[in-house]
Design a protein around this ligand. Structure first.
Ligand SMILES: [Zn+2]
Length: 314
């Protein structure tokens, strides 16, 4: 299978020489004609030769779009095309290539209801404009780019070319302008070349760079060492230098003493300093006596209240 495909491809590219052929048998075309074929391309490709049609492999010269399925066909896509001579432009023959779109589409979209689009493409050679003419079924995909982006020379557009051909004054002016432009560009190029030559001494430049880098590194090391040897500060915030005004203000402030607070604190300290266990039995007795006295007071108070309520009003 693979062998057949590669053979087919070789035949299509007309690089195929049959095994029986030898240089002593003449040209490939003569050999095939003697074997009964009308052409060295073989029977399949020459079956319409009597109508002036030869089957060839056609390569799409630029990106195009099919008008039926709107599928883009890239430059270089190959087709089996019917090649036919359709006229002459002076002594140059005009050829027409006819082929069919091979894109797979739904049957409703197809030209003949099959799985392929099958739109008929017709392309003609156009020697007048050094171009191809798209006659039927397809259109060219317009691509534009800036010559500066692609870093190529800017060619004069067709209009300028036409004016240059017809108008000698315009041609002279354009040529003069181009010459001046070229001269400027050359001067600029020479300046750039000089600059490049100045920088040519790689060794010296390397030395300069290394020296600068070495100095920078030494300075950094010295700073790090200084940082390491410096005693650690007491505060995270750096202190401002002392000032006469601030010290005078600080001296002017007189702090008042809270004597009551101090007395309370002294008493507390004294109480805390006393031994806890020594007073324990006495404190219990005092507590009991206090409780008894409180009860007596409450009893007296309630009795007085009762007497007040029993007394008649008025
Ligand atoms: Zn198509």
């Amino acid at each position: 299978m693979t062998k057949d495909i590669s053979l087919k491809a070789a035949c299509a590219d007309s690089f195929y020489y049959p095994q029986e052929w030898a240089p002593s048998r003449g040209s490939l075309d003569q050999f095939q004609r003697r074997r009964g074929y009308e052409h060295h391309f073989g029977k399949q490709r020459t079956k319409n030769l009597n109508k002036g049609v030869l089957l060839i492999r056609f390569e799409m010269p630029f990106t195009v779009q099919c008008l039926r399925c709107e599928h883009y066909i890239g430059q270089g896509t190959r087709y089996n095309a019917d090649k036919k001579k359709v006229g002459m432009y002076f002594s140059t023959p005009l050829y027409e290539f006819a082929m069919h779109c091979g894109n797979i589409v739904s049957p409703e979209k197809s030209a003949d209801g099959s799985a392929h689009c099958n739109q008929r493409f017709v392309i003609r050679t156009d020697p007048k404009n050094d171009d191809y003419e798209l006659s039927e079924g397809l259109r060219r995909k317009m691509e534009s780019w800036d010559h500066k982006d692609s870093e190529t020379l800017e060619l004069p557009d067709p209009e300028t070319r036409r004016r240059m051909q017809n108008d000698p004054m315009f041609r002279v002016e354009k040529t003069q302008r181009d010459l001046q432009k070229e001269k400027d560009e050359k001067e600029r190029l020479a300046d750039l070349q000089d600059l490049q030559d100045d920088r040519e001494d790689a060794y010296a430049w390397n030395c300069v760079l290394r020296k600068a880098h070495r100095l920078h590194r030494k300075e950094e090391q010295r700073r790090e060492e200084e940082e390491r040897l410096r005693p650690k500060p007491n505060f995270a915030v750096p202190l401002a230098s002392p000032c006469e005004e601030d010290s005078a203000e600080a001296k002017a402030v007189a702090f008042r003493t809270d004597h009551d607070k101090i007395e309370v604190a002294v008493r507390r300290v004294a109480l805390r300093a006393q031994p806890v266990l020594r007073h324990r039995p006495d404190s219990k007795a005092v507590l009991v006596a206090e409780l008894v006295a409180k009860r007596k007071r409450l009893l007296q108070h309630s009795m007085v209240e009762l007497a007040m309520r029993k007394r008649p009003r008025g």
